[in-house]
Design a protein around this ligand. Structure first.
Ligand code: ASP
Ligand code: MG
Length: 412
């Protein structure tokens, strides 16, 4: 029988009523003839509570025990979902990650999936079981201990199962009805997309659109898993939600697909570092070893052998970045006049695969921002994305103006 993967996020399994409602959706697909693999998140808020307990107990916690605790939320919903299905006379069984076994690397708290053997679950399907309910977000490491895949990791579990079982599709049920051209809280002109290309979704996810864990999109792209994002709160048809798919499956697409933003950015500038080979390597090695996620990087024009180096990072990593730079300076590896931190910036980006073949997107973006009197502090581009750092107080305005200018409220 064809296999379908259905993933339910935290709000879709927040209480027993919602689990029943989700189970009914599963029943509909079973009745259509699918063998279904259901991936569940923990009840909404549960993982945060568990993380809080760990941090309160042990601020510099042992990551193996963190995983033992925070993976537990999914165990509860997996068992409850299997019971609910059984009550509806749908043959169902639950699996925790180690039982599959979903094997991961040993990077506790941010492990990567290495393999998902299918024989165990397929044997049950062959015996007449119709739904395998799998606890998302967790696996088993080479040391035989429980691992977790990083926050939001059940999306990645779902896509990995879809790839391993050759599922027809991977449906991600969530509390929004799809992927939008931008955050509907910022402009009511935001429009739901029927389809979006993997690469666009990847950019949007890593730029802060929180619908899907970035790694799940990477994985879907690599294995060409058709991913559908849809709401568990609305009656569903086969075409509901947004399909994340190969760009070849999208007939008409606009040059720009969406506008993304990230509020929690900081702009850091090292003033007067030596302009010679190895300096960028010293700076960014030190930052990476300190766990700072550097995003944009700009090296300014040099004068008399010295230059300024600007980079951006999440605002909550500023202290870490400062410490890393001070340590590098004290160790004699680096010399700079000053490190400036601007914590009042936000990043706004336009994304679209059409940019590969159309010119003038950057010019238009900059023109729109200048018309609104918004100063651009840093610019970076990729083949399908242009990002700018601006003052945070203009972020909403910038998103709205760009959304209007690129006419994202209108279908392609
Ligand atoms: N429950 C986990 C989290 O909140 C994993 C997930 O829901 O995707 O991060
Ligand atoms: Mg999520």
């Amino acid at each position: 029988m064809p296999v379908l993967v259905m993933k339910f996020g935290g709000t879709s399994v927040a209480n027993l009523d919602r689990i029943r409602r989700a189970a009914k959706r599963v029943g509909v697909e079973v009745a259509k003839g699918y063998d279904v693999i259901v991936i569940v998140s923990a009840m909404s808020g549960k993982t945060n509570e568990l993380v809080g307990w760990v941090e309160e107990t042990s601020p510099l916690f042992d990551a193996r025990e963190y995983d033992a605790v925070v993976s537990s939320g999914e165990n509860v919903t997996a068992g409850l979902m299997a019971l609910t299905l059984q009550e509806m006379d749908v043959p169902a069984r639950s699996w925790q990650g180690w039982q599959v076994p979903l094997r991961t690397t040993d990077a506790h708290a941010s492990a990567r999936i290495k393999e998902i053997p299918t024989d165990n679950i397929n044997a049950k399907f062959a015996e007449g079981m119709r739904v395998a309910v799998v606890a998302g977000f967790q696996g088993i490491g080479p040391d035989g201990r429980i691992t977790t895949l990083g926050r939001g990791g059940s999306d990645t579990t779902a896509v990995a199962f879809a790839a391993a079982f050759g599922a027809e599709r991977c449906d991600i049920y969530t509390d929004v009805d799809g992927v939008y051209t931008t955050d509907p809280r910022i402009t009511d002109k935001a429009r739901k997309l029927d389809k979006i290309a993997f690469e666009e979704m990847l950019e949007l996810a890593s730029l802060g659109a929180k619908v899907l864990q970035t790694r799940s999109v990477e994985l879907a792209m690599r294995y060409n898993v058709r991913l559908r994002v849809l709401s568990s709160f609305e009656e569903q048809s086969d075409t509901a939600g947004t399909l994340v798919c190969d760009e070849e499956d999208i007939m008409e697409s606009k040059v720009v697909a969406g506008v993304a933003y990230s509020r929690d950015e900081a702009k850091m500038t090292l003033l007067s570092v030596a302009d010679r080979p190895g300096i960028a390597s010293t700076i960014f090695t030190a930052l990476s070893e300190a766990g700072v996620n550097v995003d944009m990087i700009v090296q300014n024009i040099s004068e008399e052998g010295r230059t300024d180096m600007t980079f951006s990072c999440p605002i909550n990593q500023v202290a870490r970045a400062e410490q890393a730079m001070d340590e590098a300076r004290n160790a004699g590896a680096l010399n700079f006049a000053e490190l400036l931190a601007d914590k009042d910036v936000a990043k706004v980006s336009v994304v679209g695969i059409g940019m590969r073949s159309h010119t003038g997107v950057a010019a238009k973006m900059f023109r729109v921002l200048s018309t609104e009197g918004i100063n651009i502090k840093v610019i970076t581009t990729s083949e399908i994305k242009i990002s700018v750092l601006i003052d945070r107080k203009y972020m909403e305005l910038a998103v709205q103006a760009l959304h209007d200018a690129f006419e994202l409220d209108k279908a392609a």
